[in-house]
Write a protein that binds this ligand. Structure first.
Ligand SMILES: *Cc1c(COP(=O)(O)O)cnc(C)c1O
Length: 222
């Protein structure tokens, strides 16, 4: 079991040039593989299951920045609240209320992204544009002191049709700019757009992504 070192270094260099942060998605991969990439300098890793994330975090160096990227159940938030670097997958107001509560218990402000449903498939989680706007205008949101919304996240349709994927990323970028201007007064803390995976990260970057979540290209297929 070994990582794809050459691909890692090549992608990393490209992303530095583009000023895009790489989140290495290590789900289902062993701690040895993560450590190998850590030793090449990688610090941001993403996982989609809480139990797996917590177990790996316990075994690996403490300066790793852990990203929660998959659908998150409310009853699992408490396990990651003390240390999670960024939660990408906030797809309901109830979940955000829970994150705010657990963040408060941990005496933290937890950075989060709102996940937007941009794909054609129903299976992907996420909020609609209307839901995001309603939420940002609500008193529930105004009272939340322990979360910081740093941007938006989305997953494009799983297709080889680059036109569809490009259109979906462009829509997300447009929504991001709209929300930034109308609800964050161009506040510099609202500045992350998490889009792009192994198959579509170059298209995502062309549309303005700031964070890409790449797994299989770096670690081999799952
Ligand atoms: C698994 C996963 C990724 C990485 O997918 P690859 O195609 O392996 O790069 C990115 N984002 C999320 C939300 C995932 O669950």
């Amino acid at each position: 079991m070994s990582i794809n070192t050459e691909t890692y270094l090549k992608i990393k260099k490209y992303l530095i040039d583009q000023r895009v942060e790489l989140i290495a998605v290590s789900k289902t991969k062993p701690v040895d593989a993560i450590l190998e990439m850590y030793n090449l300098g990688q610090r941001h890793f993403g996982e989609n299951r809480v139990q797996e994330l917590v177990e790996k975090a316990e075994k690996l160096p403490k300066d790793i920045k852990w990203h929660a990227i998959g659908h998150l159940q409310r009853n699992k938030v408490k396990y990651i609240a003390p240390f999670i670097h960024l939660i990408h997958s906030v797809d309901s107001v109830k979940l955000l209320i829970e994150i705010n509560k657990e963040a408060s218990k941990s005496n933290r402000v937890i950075p989060v992204l709102l996940q937007i449903h941009i794909a054609k498939e129903d299976s992907k989680f996420g909020l609609s544009k209307i839901e995001v706007i309603d939420f940002l205008e609500s008193n529930v949101y105004k009272r939340m002191e322990n979360i910081e919304i740093q941007g938006l996240m989305g997953m494009a349709t799983f297709t080889n049709n680059t036109e569809i994927v490009t259109e979906e990323f462009a829509f997300l970028k447009q929504l991001f700019e709209f929300v930034k201007q109308d609800y964050f007064n161009d506040d510099s803390s609202f500045n992350q757009l998490s889009m792009g995976m192994s198959g579509d990260y170059e298209l995502a970057i062309k549309q303005g992504s700031t964070l890409v979540r790449i797994g299989s290209l770096l670690f081999g297929k799952r």
